[in-house]
Write a protein that binds this ligand. Structure first.
Ligand code: IFM
Length: 448
């Protein structure tokens, strides 16, 4: 493979999320979140793991930033825990919660690392869940109020804002499949939730734009999957279109075209009698497009007509190939296909790859290093296909590897390791993996 060099201002980063790394769940006035409640419910998370301690980043953030600096990260994507700021979800702000993110951001800036902040990476205050959570239309307003408070206190130092991380997961993993908090299994409710999430996103964008930042931008991060039909039969092609609507267009269209895709709206209305859209909602969505798209890419989906999904009527086909510890196919070509498609269908928006990475069964640390050639290869292949798309005009301006360090992988607890840095959960020792050393070189050379 010839030398691959990225554009001059390309941003290299890495990402984490509050509940997955912070720990300190009862400190400095933090309120309970739906993930505290869910992870403490027996049977919900592998081994009964919780985020109570996680990577103890709340206390070790300085050490972690030192590692970021050694890797050479130019930007760090993290999320704010809403219940640290508003323990009850709304009302009185908790100054000690703000203070933590103040310290974190200042430390990043002192080390020359640009913060990219996600406002919602799944830790809804439990108090809001108790009044319906995301199924309650009012939650969209509480989110906008929380967002606005954050913009006011941290906005002078943050130029990249992400409203939501993967609203598909919040809506459908959390309310249809039940494998994420709050653990409901109601498709119709999930569709309603997805509407409130997209509304809350638009309201936060509106609040941000009202502040007239000269330098900052606000976007949304979606988990997108290129969807391929298992055959070129009419049935499979039509099925792929529907699954694309379910995973991708249902979120891309409101964020970038100001409306839901008509085919999906008809489908959901007819099958599920959902969502109820209140007067004025669509006007807010239409008036507040995202300023960039954050893409989280992990794998593709190959689908055919079937009934494993009893409503959308599709089966997933697992092609031959390499799979990660999550049982996700390694398919770098999918990232290229996805990027080219976004360019074509969504008017070539500004894109950051806000997550890409893999969990593999890494070896144990030997002589202070973890050999993780699989992860290194995975990243290399995905950087290659991204570089190809950039060369062909896709406007990708940055890449955040998921994740900086091993962490709490939601319902899988600590059993899946995605980190560039290995965490020994007994001692909280941070140990470099080979992939982190390699990434350091990529950043230094702006390519490989
Ligand atoms: O760990 C998650 C992250 O929180 C959201 N995107 C996918 C990652 C891996 O599953």
């Amino acid at each position: 493979m010839s030398l691959i060099i990225f554009p001059k201002d390309f941003i290299w980063g890495s990402a984490t999320a509050s509940y997955q790394i912070e720990g300190a769940v009862n400190e400095d006035g933090r309120g309970e979140s739906i993930w505290d409640r869910f992870s403490h419910t027996p049977g919900k998370v592998t081994n009964g793991d919780t985020g109570d301690v996680a990577c103890d980043h709340y206390h070790r953030y300085k050490q972690d930033i030192k590692i970021m600096k050694e890797i050479g990260l130019q930007s760090y994507r993290f999320s704010i825990a809403w219940p640290r700021i508003f323990p009850e979800g709304k009302g009185k702000m908790n100054q000690k919660g703000i203070d933590f993110y103040d310290r974190l951001i200042n430390e990043l800036l002192e080390n020359g690392i640009d913060p990219a902040v996600t406002l919602y990476h799944w830790d809804l205050p439990q108090a809001l869940q108790d009044s319906g959570g995301w199924s309650n239309h009012d939650t969209a307003d509480y989110f906008a109020e929380y967002a606005e408070s954050i913009f006011k206190v941290l906005g002078d130092r943050v130029n990249k804002w992400i409203t939501h991380n993967e609203p598909w997961c919040v809506a459908f993993a959390g309310h249809r499949q039940g494998r994420h908090a709050p653990g409901f299994t109601d498709f119709s409710l999930a569709v309603q939730v997805s509407h409130h999430l997209m509304l809350s996103h638009a309201k936060a964008v509106q609040a941000y734009k009202a502040l007239n930042s000269k330098t900052g931008k606000i976007g949304i991060t979606l988990n997108l999957y290129p969807i391929y039909p298992a055959s070129d039969s009419f049935e499979d092609t039509e099925t792929a279109m529907l699954v694309d609507g379910y995973h991708n267009r249902w979120f891309l269209d409101p964020a970038f075209k100001g409306q839901y895709p008509q085919d999906m709206l008809n489908f959901y209305k007819e099958k599920l009698n959902s969502p109820v859209i209140q007067p004025g909602d669509m006007e807010i969505i239409a008036a507040n497009p995202a300023e960039f798209l954050g893409i989280n890419y992990y794998f593709r989906k190959v689908v055919r007509k079937g009934n494993i999904d009893p409503v959308l009527l599709f089966d997933e086909v697992k092609p031959e190939g390499q799979y990660t510890e999550m049982n996700w196919e390694v398919y770098p070509q999918g990232l290229y296909d996805l990027l080219m498609r976004i360019k074509k269908d969504y008017n070539n928006p500004l894109i950051y790859i806000t997550e890409n990475g893999a969990a593999f069964k890494d070896s144990k640390p030997i002589n202070g290093i973890v050999e993780d050639q699989d992860r290194l290869n995975f990243l290399k292949q995905h950087f290659e296909t991204t570089a190809k798309a950039v060369k062909e005009g896709v406007n990708v301006q940055g890449y955040y590897v998921w994740s900086l360090m091993d962490n709490f992988e939601w319902a899988h607890g600590y059993t899946k390791r995605f980190g560039l840095i290995y965490i020994d959960y007994e001692t909280q020792e941070r140990i470099w993996k080979r992939s982190a050393l390699w990434y350091k070189d990529v950043i230094k050379n702006n390519g490989f």
